[in-house]
Design a protein around this ligand. Structure first.
Ligand code: FES
Length: 180
């Protein structure tokens, strides 16, 4: 009776089959011994699918937030499309725009300095104290200067132009310039 009941369980719960079988294969003596020595029961090992890392999803053409990058003379370097939440420095690097970003976004340099149009500058949240401290050291600072790594894109910024200054001041001793 018990044996037939176990078979039904095995049939209904195929995932438990492995551990149930391994227990049932032990003799009574082995099971008593295992219980006495507190040996844990056999367990199934579960695995989950690997998460994908480093895959940046680009928006479909015509659906992203359009950002224009210009050099200090006003020449258009590139127009790119980005997603909400992207920051200006990351997308500049992704599209080979020469925005340094020596500290790679840790607000410890001013080499990601960009100049924004006033109407877009006003949309953004105020820069925090750390950003202001770094901006104070930026070359050719303007009233609408920001650190590119701190500018997170939103839909309202669609169509914005980010102008690169004519020079940057790299305070890193080794003049580190990340290559992305
Ligand atoms: S990359 Fe250094 S502050 Fe933005």
């Amino acid at each position: 009776m018990l044996a037939s009941h176990s078979k039904t369980l095995l049939f209904r719960l195929p995932k438990l089959e492995c551990s149930t079988r391994s227990l049932s294969q032990l003799s009574l003596r082995q099971r008593q011994s295992a219980a006495r020595w507190n040996i844990p029961r056999a367990r199934n090992i579960h695995s989950s699918p690997c998460l994908r890392h480093g895959n940046i999803t680009r928006p479909e053409p015509g659906t992203g937030i359009k950002i224009h990058f210009k050099d200090s003379k006003g020449t258009l370097l590139k127009t790119i499309e980005a997603n909400e939440g992207d920051d200006l420095l990351s997308i500049a690097h992704e599209h080979d725009i020469d925005l340094e970003g020596a500290c790679e976004g840790s607000v410890a340099c001013s080499t990601c300095h960009v100049i924004l149009p006033p109407e877009y500058y006003d949309i953004l949240p105020e820069p925090d104290d750390d950003e202001n401290d770094m901006l104070d050291m930026a070359f050719a600072l303007t009233d609408t200067s920001r650190l590119g790594c701190q500018v997170k894109l939103t839909r309202e910024l669609d169509g914005m132009t980010a102008t690169l200054p004519s020079a940057t001041r790299n305070m890193f001793v080794d003049g580190h310039k990340p290559s992305h």
